[in-house]
Design a protein around this ligand. Structure first.
Ligand code: HEM
Length: 443
């Protein structure tokens, strides 16, 4: 489909500010395939479940490396999110034990402790931007829970530096590419922040290397892995630490904010969630083992990730020519698919823009389980998000704790999505604190 110059200018603005809306617009106008942009900034969009299946089933054509190139200065060349092939598979296998039940239980404990401390500091009448709170909460919990107290001692400065870099990565891809190639003060500042992040993380790796025992947590796990070709280099360790922190907090804090926004906007759903928590949990802390008893919060989580998928799109670089829906793509093309567009297609989802947790009730008449290509907030298959169970548990647990301990009034209205590395609520999600209850001792 041909666009006029005016269309292009309007879309460029929309891509920069509300990429999710821009992609939906593009898909409505162009159908399953659209190309947008010029020269090296040209992007091919493949929309819908068929496109998702085509991309995920042909992972030898559509490579992660080259897809999200602008993330590399932060995440590192060897980060799972941007690498392929045997190197990627080896690193993924090595880190996988960190996502088993026991470490996840421990991590969730750290998060809930920090959340309780935060809630203890709230006073009636306070106005609080939860997105800002969640970013800092999830980031500091990830650093402490995954990488131990020594690195966590620096979480404030580490966090400030990560925010400087992530801020630039939230522009549209062409703007990011421009910022990283043309000299400018924003990228110079980001590079200084990157150098400090690098030094801090490498210092922790060296400290552990010099100790008798590499210690516990994810770094301990990765550093005690020996054997032919298995041991990770310092650069791989650095990339794993930084990319896990970023992959964890950027997305999860956005998801948590959207969950509060959606649930507190809907009195009926909120009341149902609150009575489930009161009856199912009482005053007990919503630790991992207890979340199973909260099926409605599980639906709320699924529905939040459908309507507001923090990973609203994925990018790949085509390694070979390809044909999809009559479109001939070339090797070297940047190809983007979109969870946001797929999750709101009316041919798949009844009343797609409505927040309706009950749609996930398998016993509901007419329930149809979506395929992996129709619902993919965490990606699909061998490269599916390693932190998906953890993220889902975090969302349910934080919602449960807020419902148990607080009365909040949602002040933000008609919140719009923005951002690129993660789709987050523009302007945040502001609540007024009406009441905070003390955590009751478990009898
Ligand atoms: C709501 C929160 C989250 C969302 C929506 C999310 C989404 C995703 C998606 C869509 C992918 C696949 C990307 C692609 O195929 O292009 C992915 C990969 C990944 N995620 Fe998450 N994620 C979340 C939380 C987390 C957490 C908490 C962690 C770790 C603590 C994490 C670690 C990773 C890693 C390491 C990968 C790369 C896997 C690989 O390529 O082998 N994510 N995530």
């Amino acid at each position: 489909m041909q666009f006029t110059l005016l269309d292009d200018l309007r879309l460029a603005r929309e891509f920069d500010q509300r990429m999710a809306y821009a992609m939906r617009d593009l898909s409505r106008r162009s159908g399953p395939v659209a190309t947008y942009g010029y020269g090296p900034l040209k992007t091919t969009f493949l929309f819908g479940p068929e496109a998702n299946e085509f991309i995920f089933r042909n992972s030898s054509i559509f490579r992660w490396r080259g897809g999200f190139e602008t993330l590399i200065p932060l995440a590192g060349e060897t980060a799972l999110l941007v690498s392929d092939g045997p190197g990627h598979d080896r690193r993924r296998t090595l880190v996988q034990p960190a996502f088993q039940r026991e470490p996840v239980t421990g991590y969730l404990g750290v998060l809930l402790d920090k959340l309780d401390t935060t809630l203890d500091s709230w006073r009636p009448g306070d106005r609080i931007d939860l997105y800002r709170i969640f970013r800092s909460l999830v980031r500091s919990s990830t650093i402490r829970g995954f990488f131990g107290p020594e690195l966590a001692a620096h979480h404030v400065s580490l966090g400030a530096d990560l925010e400087v870099v992530l801020h630039l990565l939230n522009y549209s891809l062409p703007k990011q590419q421009l910022l990283q190639t043309v000299p400018n003060p924003f990228w110079r500042r980001a590079k200084a922040a990157l150098a400090r992040i690098d030094r801090r993380v490498r210092a922790e790796i060296t400290r552990r290397r010099n100790a008798d025992d590499p210690g516990d947590g994810v770094l301990g796990l990765l550093m005690s892995t020996h054997g032919d070709g298995l041991a990770m280099t310092d650069t791989e360790l650095r990339d794993m630490v930084v990319s896990l922190i970023v992959a964890s907090y950027d997305t999860t804090s956005a998801a948590l904010s959207w969950a509060v926004y959606a649930l507190w906007s809907d009195r009926r759903a909120w009341a149902r969630a609150r009575s489930e928590v009161r009856e199912g949990l009482g005053a007990r802390t919503p630790e991992l083992g207890l979340l199973r008893g909260l099926p409605y919060l599980d639906w709320v989580t699924s529905e939040t990730l459908r309507l507001y998928p923090p990973a609203m799109a994925g990018a790949r670089k085509a390694d070979e020519d390809f044909t999809f829906a009559g479109h001939r793509g070339r090797a070297g093309d940047l190809v983007v698919f979109s969870q946001y567009v797929t999750h709101r297609l009316p041919r798949i989802w009844a009343d797609p823009d409505r927040f309706w947790p009950e749609r996930w009730d398998r016993e509901r008449p007419g329930y149809r389980h979506p395929s992996s290509y129709e619902y993919l907030p965490f990606g699909v298959g061998a490269r599916r998000c390693l932190g998906s169970n953890l993220a889902r548990a975090e969302i349910a647990a934080v919602l449960a704790r807020l419902l148990q301990r607080t009365d909040l009034t949602l002040l933000s209205r008609d919140v719009q999505p923005t951002g690129f590395t993660a789709m987050f609520p523009r302007g945040g999600v502001t609540v007024r604190v009406d009441h905070v209850r003390a955590p009751l001792p478990v009898g």
